[in-house]
Design a protein around this ligand. Structure first.
Ligand SMILES: *Cc1c(COP(=O)(O)O)cnc(C)c1O
Length: 217
């Protein structure tokens, strides 16, 4: 792990009053424990089975964030303990999570993932579908789900202006929804390559992997 980089990121997050999620996908339990020992309690994973194993073997006060594409048949692997699911983009997934929440008698916190990037491949609710999606959630009842905000990933590009404008758009959508929903408090945006821009544009939660743990294979 990169002690100095972590320190810098933590300082930056403190300055912006944002929360840091250390993205620990593909990292060993030992690597995570090291970062934990320097005070970090939020870790992000993108495979349900991997998260389950790590949850089992690591300290119980870790807040586990699910940040990857979540399949309905994998929700049971994370539902009993997951702190926040960043990647809800389908109503069918909420139906499944509602059942899991009921089963475990807990409220599962989620963010809606919005497709803000120009790339085709990334998951997320399309911009012109977001209002419809939010209205649909309101008409259904999900007593065991709490929608806390939005998550988005900017285009992977060197064009900082483009990244900034994508984050700015997400912030605008977030502000629009915050106005009518007091539970909307989390705006998850920013990774290693663009978290400074994201913080500048109003991110309240950054998800950072390689700057802390080193490059992934
Ligand atoms: C892997 C991942 C990150 C972290 O990426 P880095 O570039 O290593 O900081 C953040 N968000 C999501 C959704 C990811 O899958």
């Amino acid at each position: 792990m990169f002690v100095k980089a972590l320190e810098e990121i933590v300082n930056k997050c403190t300055q912006y009053n944002a929360r840091l999620v250390a993205v620990s996908k593909t990292r060993s339990a030992e690597e995570i424990q090291q970062v934990y020992n320097s005070g970090i309690r939020d870790f992000g994973e993108n495979y349900a089975a991997e998260m389950k194993n790590k949850h089992k073997g690591l300290p119980k006060d870790i807040c586990w964030h699910f940040i990857g594409h979540l399949q309905r048949n994998k929700t049971a692997l994370i539902s009993p303990y997951v702190h926040l699911i960043h990647s809800v983009d389908r109503i069918s997934l909420l139906n499944e999570l509602e059942k899991e929440g009921l089963k475990h008698n807990r409220i599962i916190s989620c963010l809606l993932q919005v497709h803000i990037a120009r790339e085709e491949t990334k998951f997320g609710i399309l911009l012109d579908q977001l209002n419809h999606f939010v209205n649909e959630i309101k008409t259904k009842t999900f007593p065991h789900i709490s929608i806390k905000g939005l998550m988005g990933m900017a285009t992977l590009t060197d064009d900082k202006n483009q990244i900034r404008s994508e984050f700015r758009l997400l912030k605008k959508l977030f502000d629009g929804l915050t106005a009518s929903d007091k539970d909307f408090t989390i705006l998850s945006m920013g990774m290693t390559s663009d978290y400074e821009i994201a913080l500048d544009e109003g991110s309240t939660m950054v998800r950072i992997g390689s700057a802390i743990f080193g490059e992934r294979n």
